[in-house]
Design a binder for this molecule. Sequence first.
Ligand SMILES: [Mg+2]
Length: 158
Amino acid sequence: MTIILDLDYTLLDTVRFKEDFFSHGEEVLARTGDYLYPGAVEFLSRLRGTSARMILLTFGDIAWQTAKVDRAGLRPYFDEVIATAEEKKNIIGRFRGADVVVINDNGVETAAMMAAVPEFRYILKRGPKVIPESLDCDIVDTFDEVEKLLSFEKSRVQ
Ligand SMILES: [Mg+2]
């Protein structure tokens, strides 16, 4: 299985991070790891202990996204980190042919990826953004729920 994870609002509490960054500046970037959602590191550690190929796919300014990933200490949990200014729907096609699960908080972005690459599995982990009512995939609130869906997927595949 290949797991493509999003950073902002999925692993990182970007609302809290931004608020503190704008009020306290650079020193907040140095401790980006403090802004990971509770349970995120444990979730990643457990996935890292499986055979899943881990991809972190983050959209935005490449230098800024890369800095957040590095300062949060996330790199060791991933086989590949893709920071891109290109829409994700145009990036994920490179993983076609693999058994892929995409985990993201952004319903609009997820819908666009689903339209571009319908054969992947999509899990929306709810964040602060409004989810389009038409979004037709599993929607969960916690890392535990994501893991339950993934273990189901794993037993189905193996
Ligand atoms: Mg996001």
